[in-house]
Design a protein around this ligand. Structure first.
Ligand code: AMP
Ligand code: MG
Length: 397
């Protein structure tokens, strides 16, 4: 195996090759989880008119306290019949348009409403309980910047600002493939030497919130013909993710067959544990990830490299894995050569996240990993990270 790239170097290479896909118009109701590519601008001022923040009475602050006639009442959704005359008040509902001339709303709780006249016991402050026109956003201002994956708050903001559709990245098509003649699906009978296949659905699950359209392909047996057929099909996608068959054994065929199909290998081998023999290549704009078959290696590779690549292909402005910080509960020995991702249980307390490594950290131990909800980054180096030290981690969803 050639000189290993560090995790940062490998990720940099991946992102360099991840070209953004085309842009399409997406209706707001279909836009959750999509990455916006052009600034979305407010269609209207918000609020579109000075509106009342309370149920109460619109007044001129300078004319309070005192008694004022009630000259009309404004409901939400209607316009006032005209400006507020001098020395008068108007009833107003929350969200109603504050009439011209009025500069304050006195809440219903603090006045006496006599039907045709109003007693305001205390002086109102100019501007109180009035939401000025455009106070949230002005028409033409940017509501959401390009590169943002739309979540519930952005969807709400866009709707309020009158935006009906947004220019988003096309969704990347991802093919997920597993290789290995030993693999059977859960529910099938295992013959001697066989195991259950876990990686395809797990990788698809890791990528489920990445905005991609995921196609899970059948398992390919460890012979060149099966590999060729499966890889050819997978290469029609924007991103192909394979698991297994990238190590040094006689049945590790993925890299060789991919090369025969025109995939240019960008790197093979990353200073990461688990997941060292990860291969990455390109054919045209299609990205090809060969993840090692041990399930935890596949999990880590999908989270640390594949998911960022999918975000980058959508023009996301922060495609790299987002790390949180916490404290490790036990000491962890560092690997001198490779950055390690330790599976841990996360216990949140008032002083932040405490991370408790699960027992069984070998790369085949996916069931041990299943009790974890965090991947703790243990940078390569000498000695150990002491119990209680600050660490960074990636949540496991
Ligand atoms: P490989 O990378 O193909 O050498 O596989 C490494 C180890 O992971 C072997 O023990 C395989 O049986 C196992 N393995 C490979 N692919 C899968 C898979 N999709 N699901 C579960 N185990 C796998
Ligand atoms: Mg294999």
């Amino acid at each position: 195996m050639p000189e290993l790239l560090t995790v940062e170097q490998a990720l940099e290479r991946v992102l360099e090759h991840a070209r953004p896909l085309a842009i399409e118009d997406v209706r707001l109701e279909d836009a959750l989880g999509r990455v916006i590519r052009q600034p979305a601008r407010a269609v209207v001022d918000l609020p579109p008119f000075p509106s009342s923040a309370m149920d109460g009475f619109a007044v001129r602050a300078a004319e309070t306290p005192g008694e004022l006639p009630i000259v009309f009442r404004v409901a939400a959704g209607g316009a006032p019949p005209g400006p507020l005359p001098a020395r008068a008040s108007a009833g107003i509902a929350t969200g109603g348009t504050v009439p011209d001339g009025a500069d304050a709303v006195v809440p219903v709780e603090v006045v006496e409403d006599h039907g045709d006249r109003l007693t305001v016991p205390d002086a109102a402050r100019a501007g109180q309980h009035v939401r000025p026109r455009g106070g949230d956003v002005a028409a033409g201002e940017v509501v959401v910047e390009p590169g943002v994956m739309l979540g519930p708050v952005q969807i709400g903001g866009l709707a309020a600002a009158g935006v009906a559709s947004v220019a988003c990245s096309k969704r990347p098509r991802v093919a997920v493939l597993a290789t290995g003649s030993e693999l059977r699906s859960p529910g099938e009978e295992l013959a001697p030497g066989q195991i259950y296949e876990s990686n395809r659905h797990m990788i698809a699950a890791v990528l489920a919130d990445s905005g991609a359209e995921i196609d899970v392909l059948p398992v390919a047996a460890d012979d060149p013909e099966s590999h060729r057929a499966a890889l050819e099909r997978g290469l029609e996608s924007d991103v192909l993710v394979t698991s297994g068959g990238v190590s040094m054994g006689p049945h590790d065929l993925v890299r060789r067959v991919a090369a025969e199909l025109g995939v240019e290998e960008i790197f093979w081998g990353v200073a990461i544990k688990p997941g060292k023999p990860l291969a990455f290549g390109v054919r045209g704009d299609t990205l090809v990830f060969g993840l090692p078959g041990n399930p935890v290696s596949s999990l880590v590779g999908a989270l640390i490299f594949v998911r960022p690549a999918l975000l980058a292909r959508q023009g996301h402005s922060h495609p790299r894995p987002s790390f949180l910080s916490g404290r490790i509960s036990d000491s962890v020995r560092r690997n001198p050569h490779r950055d390690e991702f330790v599976r841990a249980r996360r216990l949140d307390s008032t002083d932040g996240a405490r991370l408790e490594p699960v027992s069984g950290q070998e790369s085949h131990m996916i069931v041990r990993a299943a009790s974890a909800d965090a991947l703790v980054h243990v940078p390569r180096g000498a000695g150990e990270i002491p119990a209680g030290a600050d660490v960074r981690f990636v949540p496991l969803g």
